[in-house]
Design a protein around this ligand. Structure first.
Ligand code: C5P
Length: 227
């Protein structure tokens, strides 16, 4: 097994884990895995093939064959490619989130993405965010953070994030979507959303992005220095 250190940041949608993971990775100079993007890509790839209702095996085959590439544009903004098409914007839509959480309940799809997720673990280290980074994909992570925030706060954040991108959705509809997705993610039998036993819980409801980032970095440095 690879010994490169991993920081796992798990939590429900809208808890801020994507933003925090990106900042922590940048501060440490480590790689970043946005595992939710992989589930979103499977959902999107299935939709493009008209196969959202396909069998578990067919969806797992789509997951195994994902032609995905991550890079950055000239301004340093991350871009995600599915084959030849830039799907960065489409991937962030609520529709894609919903498709992702539907394919994510399927054990064979989860299995099909396992190797790809682990392949992000390279030198000098990896910050991975998702739902099961600390429990299933990287159980030996050096630091496991379970990031939460109240449901109302999470809906408000998502709303602002989407508005900033010019995507218009109503707050009540978004809250319902988030609740549905939380329920599906928490109640599924395989790799449900829950903190690892050795995770540190962090409630970000009343904290700024800088404060949450700093807390995670302090924890990381504590552990790195103790080695
Ligand atoms: O984090 P994000 O909102 O992009 O994730 C989209 C969906 O992908 C989640 O609602 C969840 O169903 C699924 N997911 C998962 N396991 C992960 C990451 C995401 O099941 N590690």
């Amino acid at each position: 097994m690879s010994e490169f250190p991993v920081i796992a940041i798990d939590g429900p949608s809208g808890s801020g884990k994507g933003t925090i993971a990106r900042r922590v990775a940048r501060a440490l100079g480590w790689h970043l895995l946005d595992s939710g993007a992989l589930y979103r890509l499977v959902g999107l790839a299935a939709a493009r093939k008209g196969q959202t209702d396909a069998s578990e095996e067919a969806l797992a085959a789509i997951a195994s064959d994902l032609e995905v590439r991550f890079d950055a544009d000239d301004a340093g903004e991350e871009r995600v490619w599915l084959g030849d098409s830039d799907v960065s914007a489409e991937l962030r839509t609520e529709e894609c989130g919903r498709l992702a959480s539907q394919v994510a309940v399927l054990p064979k799809v989860r299995n099909a993405l396992m190797g790809l997720q682990k392949s992000f673990r390279t030198a000098p280290g990896l910050v991975a965010d998702g739902r099961d980074m600390g429990t299933t994909v990287f159980p030996d992570a050096m630091l496991k953070v379970f990031l939460t925030a109240s449901a109302g706060e999470r809906a408000k954040r998502r709303h602002k994030q989407l508005n900033d991108k010019g995507i218009d959705v109503s707050l009540p509809a978004l809250s319902r979507d988030i609740e549905d997705r939380d329920r599906r993610d928490s109640e599924r039998s395989v790799a449900p959303l829950r903190p690892a036993e050795d995770a540190r819980l962090l409630d970000s409801s009343n904290l700024t992005i800088d404060e949450v980032t700093q807390t995670v970095l302090d924890w990381a440095h504590e552990l790195i220095d103790a080695k």
